[in-house]
Write a protein that binds this ligand. Structure first.
Ligand code: TYD
Ligand code: MG
Length: 451
């Protein structure tokens, strides 16, 4: 008889525990363990186990090298992030917040993919009619794209067997469930079982599989994180829902580099590549306003010019507020402490708000100097000259540290008409760009007339 037992799963990392705990013993997340009933029918039913035929070991030189075949998905940005197209028979997980455009992206890809064979789009969220309407709007209709609105994975996979697609899309792993697992759809064991069944089936039939998974900002809600080790490629789609800019990033890729990013714009006709992201980010910038500074960030191998905005205002309460949107809060606190100690700038009675314009999230330390300069510029109500690029990581001693790939960053600034860069000592500065070298943050700010 099938045994049923209770386990607790971390919704953040998928870690297991036999009893409930406030803090996940695997990843340290708080309040993330959720009770799930597991219905075991023997070892074969264990989710996450993909059985492969027994094989003999052989020298690596004797292994037949598979031809590097790739299917292009019609969206060059997507193909590039995949490492030059989709590898037949591979599995891809596409994660992102709800409403960011995952279904749109894969529907557009499905149409291009139909040049290479059939595509089966299994939707657990929308009806086939809704998807058709969307495909019409995207001008992505094709006879080779099959739609199936189904939430039972076993029923869906039997359809896979009869249609024999080259690409299987499951939208989303949280909406589809397996009848062999008792817990609710979207729970960790369900998500794992659904993904394992789809991947095993796809491997058997030699078709590629793309799984859509929702993640919230914190990676919670039965995060597809728990699937990362089961698939060949993990892509994350990022951006703000109310902003047209979208970034597609590879977090893991067995068939290519994770250094590539795809930059898209959501339009009324779906996703289109954003050819000049720097121009997009700087387009709404008003030069000459205090509290605005420009830095250049690397997204993968691509330089992006980005505006950092800061506002300091008199604090109404005892404890001043510090708020960072798109920038690391702890890093902001460090920069404020450095400004206070090294420049004697007192912000104890002021609220400080920092925002990365355009809804981007910045984790590149090269933005430190721009953040510091924007804050000081706002505090002194003195603007930073237009067309000045600020680059540099700030250390705890107030020193300005080198940033990686500075040559590419400076070149991007030059091509957007920047005349001057304030940065630590750099190797290559392109002709046409004037460089002011600063040892530390105090020197950099005095070069900018902010001291
Ligand atoms: P969707 O692909 O449904 O997001 P997800 O699958 O990640 O939840 O798309 C989300 C939003 O994109 C939707 O709210 C409307 C917008 N959108 C456009 O702006 N233009 C379009 O052509 C399409 C199809 C969607
Ligand atoms: Mg969707």
């Amino acid at each position: 008889m099938a045994k049923s037992k209770t386990m607790f799963f971390c919704q953040e990392c998928g870690g297991e525990s036999v009893r409930w705990m406030g803090k996940c013993p695997h990843c340290g997340a708080w309040n993330s363990l959720v009770e799930e009933k597991i219905h075991e029918e023997g070892p074969a039913a264990k989710p996450g186990r993909v059985s492969l035929p027994a094989a003999k070991a052989q020298p690596i030189t004797r292994v037949a090298a598979e031809k590097n075949r790739r299917w292009l998905l019609g969206l060059p940005e997507l193909d590039q992030v995949l490492g030059g197209g989709l590898v037949p028979g591979s599995s891809v997980l596409l994660g992102g917040e709800p409403g960011i455009g995952k279904s749109t992206l894969l529907l557009q890809a499905a149409q291009a993919m139909s040049a290479h064979g059939k595509v089966l789009y299994i939707s657990g969220e929308e009806s086939a009619e809704q998807i058709r309407l969307r495909a019409e709007r995207l001008q992505a209709l094709s006879d080779q794209v099959y739609l199936l609105a189904q939430t039972d994975i076993d029923a869906a996979l039997s359809e896979v067997e009869s249609i024999r697609p080259s690409l299987l899309i499951i939208d989303s792993v949280q909406a589809v469930f397996s009848g062999q697992i008792q817990s609710a759809p979207g729970s960790v064991s369900q998500v794992r079982a659904v993904a394992a069944a789809a991947i095993a089936q796809a491997r058997e039939l030699g078709c590629a599989v793309m799984l859509i998974g929702h993640v919230t900002k914190e990676g919670m809600l039965a995060g597809p994180r728990v699937l990362e080790h089961m698939v060949d490629t993990v892509l994350y789609f990022e951006g703000e829902r109310y902003n047209a800019f979208r970034l597609l990033r590879a977090v893991k890729n067995r068939f290519g580099s994770t250094n590539e990013v795809g930059v898209f714009q959501m339009t009324e006709r779906g996703l289109s590549p954003l050819l000049s992201p720097s121009a997009y980010f700087l387009s709404q910038r008003e030069g000459g306003s205090p509290g605005s500074a420009v830095c250049c960030l690397m997204q993968g191998a691509r330089p992006l010019l980005m505006e950092i905005q800061a506002l300091t205002a008199k604090s109404g309460f005892g404890n001043p507020r510090r708020l960072a949107a798109g920038y690391d809060y702890n890093r902001l606190m460090i920069i404020l402490a450095v400004l206070e100690r090294k420049l004697g700038l007192s912000l104890g009675d002021k609220d400080v708000y920092v925002n990365v314009a355009g809804g981007m999230r910045v984790d590149d330390p090269a933005a430190d100097l721009a953040v510091a300069a924007a804050i000081v510029s706002s505090a002194l109500d003195r603007p930073i000259e237009d067309k000045v690029l600020l680059l540099g990581e700030i250390g705890l001693l107030g020193e300005l540290r080198h940033v990686s790939q500075s040559a590419r960053r400076l070149k991007e600034a030059l091509s957007f008409g920047f005349k001057l860069a304030v940065c630590p000592e750099q190797e290559e500065v392109p002709a046409g760009l004037r460089r002011l070298v600063a040892k530390d943050v105090a020197q950099a700010l005095s070069l900018l007339g902010l001291k």
